[in-house]
Design a protein. Structure first.
Length: 186
């Protein structure tokens, strides 16, 4: 049973999304929610994210919605280093701060600012080792930043029971079609 789940995926620009409320975000959030509900019914307690822009912050917003129905669900934001938002624009900083203000737990893997890429590898390792499974918005057809977490999780899986579930572009297309069907029924 997955009690602690890591959620990650693409950054917004990797998906061609340049506003956090872009119309396609609702489909990404619907896909995350659809995947989480059965896990919640099986006893999911914590979701871990690193607080990166894109899928992770959208997942946080889904968690906050789900907490109304599943009040025991908690969100932990474990950043790779301190002040990861330092170089972000004001809009993204505000979005990030609003997620942090509602999170149940916040910490950093390395207790210093950004130094080198090893901090991202350490963060990936931490998220995998501290969770019972991974939900990743990732499609093999489009490499991007989630590839590193996915490959590390696959490696970890070879020695541990560690379920990895992908939300692919095909899955998102199915969500789009489902949502459009719902609209056409009314």
């Amino acid at each position: 049973m997955t009690k602690v789940l890591t959620i990650s995926g693409y950054k917004p620009y990797e998906l061609g999304i340049f506003q956090k409320d872009h119309s396609s975000v609702s489909y990404i959030k619907a896909a995350i929610k659809k995947t989480l509900i059965p896990r919640l019914d099986e006893g999911l307690e914590w979701v871990l994210i690193s607080g990166q822009l894109g899928v992770e912050l959208w997942a946080a917003e889904v968690i906050f919605e789900l907490q109304l129905e599943y009040p025991d669900l908690k969100l932990a934001v474990i950043t790779p280093f301190l002040d990861q938002e330092a170089s972000w624009n004001e809009t993204n900083k505000e979005w990030y701060e609003s997620v942090l203000s509602q999170a149940d737990f916040i910490d950093s893997v390395t207790k210093k600012g950004y130094e080198k890429p090893w901090q991202f590898r350490l963060k990936n390792q931490f998220l995998i080792e501290k969770s019972n499974g991974l939900l990743l918005l990732y499609d093999h057809e489009k490499e991007g930043s989630p590839k590193y977490l996915y490959e590390m999780a696959l490696h970890y899986q070879s020695g541990h029971s560690y379920p990895i579930e992908l939300i692919t572009f095909y899955d998102l297309q199915l969500i789009v079609e489902e949502e459009q069907l719902k609209l056409s029924d009314f």
